[in-house]
Design a protein around this ligand. Sequence first.
Ligand SMILES: NC(=O)c1ccc[n+]([C@@H]2O[C@H](COP(=O)([O-])OP(=O)(O)OC[C@H]3O[C@@H](n4cnc5c(N)ncnc54)[C@H](OP(=O)(O)O)[C@@H]3O)[C@@H](O)[C@H]2O)c1
Length: 241
Amino acid sequence: MMKSKKVKKKNILITGAGRGIGLAIAKAVEDVAENLILVTKSKESFRYLEKYFPRARNFNVDLSNEEKTTKFIANIKYEFDRLDVLINNAGFYVGKKFEETTTSDFEELYKIHLKAPFLLIQSLLPLLKKSDCPQVINISSAANFVRIPGESAYTAMKAGLSAMGDVLRNELQRYSIRFTTIHPNAVDTRNFENPQDFLAPEDMGDVVLFIVNTHPYCQISNIELSSVSDWRGNWPPWIPK
Ligand SMILES: NC(=O)c1ccc[n+]([C@@H]2O[C@H](COP(=O)([O-])OP(=O)(O)OC[C@H]3O[C@@H](n4cnc5c(N)ncnc54)[C@H](OP(=O)(O)O)[C@@H]3O)[C@@H](O)[C@H]2O)c1
């Protein structure tokens, strides 16, 4: 039997909230947030956040930089007494043949897709433990399942993020921290030519809001989603053969 849902506003931190999926998630969860903590990298996105989310606590941080990330985490710990939802979304995409992928591509992908979530989850654990209903939501990719040609380095990172979430779901169960990994296929964050083949960023916002609103006993482990008409594991149309 479903237990009744307690509606309590949450402290929600979203990385990569300045545009694309992260921005859509921020808009979707704004009404259920007591404090919305939004992080973006560029000054341009930061200015956008300051204009459209004036009540949010907006940060301009390069999460690929360990020193800056550590300072940012110290600020969060100083300003907030608890964190209810951490959403690791910031990232960028590299689609290249394996022979053309550089070690620099690999390292830059690693810093934002794997190392930053590791640092954030580990360092913010004390604040998550103070929440009644702590949740971590990691934005991985369907690349993790579909094994898409031309995405070896990107897929390695997303698979790592997904696997780390699977372990932490078990390891941190004693603190009742719920871990959800979302694996979207192509999302139209760039106004592509055939939008019907893509999810809209707002679809991701809807899914995250659903997860955030579930009762604290409800563990949603993994969600894979795509547009019904996407290219499903064939050679991605945007990577030259
Ligand atoms: N779009 C897709 O088809 C798709 C599919 C599967 C998974 N994903 C994943 O979904 C997430 C969001 O993707 P998206 O398509 O929304 O990307 P996007 O439109 O390029 O937005 C990326 C966001 O991440 C931020 N960011 C990037 N590097 C950062 C850094 N070093 N420090 C702090 N913030 C940083 C950007 O900040 P600025 O705006 O300040 O530059 C931006 O706000 C990524 O993890 C991506 O891998 C996307």
